[in-house]
Design a protein around this ligand. Sequence first.
Ligand SMILES: [Zn+2]
Length: 99
Amino acid sequence: MLHCPSCQSIKVVKNGRIHNGKQNHKCRDCGRQFVANSQQKIISQSTKNLIDKLLLEKIPLAGIARVCDVSEPWLQNYVNRKYASVPQEVQVTSKKKGA
Ligand SMILES: [Zn+2]
């Protein structure tokens, strides 16, 4: 839910578009105009699932960010949290080579 960055009100209405085509909004409580911050966009679970698959393909984060339409800082943070939560699970066991 979009809310006003000044007063946190959810009484926000669309207020035309700014020069770069982004949707402008206006708060009906305090009158502030603002553009929704793309960093605050909710990343859907299906997008996260797709990112998980792309990570396995060794695609650079910048590429994944573009394909999935997420910001690179968000993606980096997501990856950091993901690998922090499973630290020791991916241990490579060395196979004995045939003599
Ligand atoms: Zn407000």
